[in-house]
Design a binder for this molecule. Structure first.
Ligand code: AP5
Ligand code: MG
Length: 223
């Protein structure tokens, strides 16, 4: 199966996605995390992506599609893929639809998270991230030891693009370039599952597990 996490910055895609990985063993492909890893490693892709990311702009579609293709080709046939932050534009969705049949897959469902901008801005201002892509929040979900990841002990960082000016731009980019994907998937034979993203983490999780059970027949243990 292939499931897409869609929604504005700060809505909880990474948070809910990490929990799905832990609890149902899906494989998450998070393009933002892959790009940040490429930057840390100083690869050509990382260097090309840097300026776009720091300004809150999207990285060009061709670079993203090539990166995703490389990761998809490495996956075992039986795994469920969870895309986080991809596709981000209609051309990326079209490219994905063209590429999936080559690996014997199709998009089965889209989890669409929605929340008001004030909620997103507050969450992003409190976010701290580990280099491995785990997220915490100084207001809502602090780590056990300040500034350190609970799992790996790595130093937590405040993402470069989480500055207030850049966050405004990312919200604008979501509205203009990414939200057209909602009508794209509404028109496709894909289940679009609308999830209220502004509740507490457990409430959002309940929305996710209920939708997956009702729409895709996926039972999450313990949910
Ligand atoms: P990316 O890394 O994908 O960032 P994003 O979409 O802006 O989303 P975020 O990671 O900011 O938010 P999230 O929804 O994951 O929220 P989280 O769970 O962390 O992309 C970054 C950049 O890379 C882009 O701007 C672009 O430049 C580039 N890029 C990436 N993919 C691309 C693509 N496909 N095409 C082109 N360019 C691409 O939660 C946020 C905070 O809130 C956390 O602190 C969390 O602890 C907290 N929180 C979560 N849920 C709750 C809750 N229910 N209650 C309280 N707090 C909560
Ligand atoms: Mg994220």
């Amino acid at each position: 199966m292939v499931v897409i996490l869609l929604g504005p910055p700060g809505v909880g895609k990474g948070t809910q996605g990490a929990r799905l990985v832990d609890e149902v063993g899906w494989v998450r492909i998070a393009t933002g995390d892959l790009l940040r890893a490429a930057r840390r490693e100083g690869t050509e892709l990382g260097k090309r992506a840097q300026a776009y990311m720091d300004e809150g702009e999207l990285v060009p579609d061709d670079l993203i599609v090539a990166m995703v293709r490389e990761h998809l080709e490495k996956l075992d046939a039986g795994t469920t893929v969870l895309f986080d932050g991809f596709p981000r534009t209609v051309p990326q969705a079209v490219a994905l639809d063209a590429m999936l049949p080559e690996v014997g897959r199709k998009v089965d469902g889209v989890l669409l998270f929605e929340a008001p901008d004030e909620v997103l801005v507050k969450r992003i201002s409190g976010r701290r991230s580990s280099p491995e892509g785990r997220v915490y929040n100084v207001y809502f979900d602090p780590p056990k030891v300040e500034g350190k990841c609970d799992v790996t002990g790595s130093e937590l960082i405040h993402r470069e693009d989480d500055r207030p000016e850049t966050v405004e731009r990312r919200l604008e980019v979501y509205r203009t370039q990414t939200s057209p994907l909602i009508s794209y998937y509404d028109a496709a034979p894909t289940r679009v599952m609308r999830i209220r993203g502004d509740g507490e983490m457990e409430e959002v999780w309940a929305g996710v597990t209920d939708a997956l059970a009702a729409e895709l027949g996926v039972e999450v243990p313990g949910a």
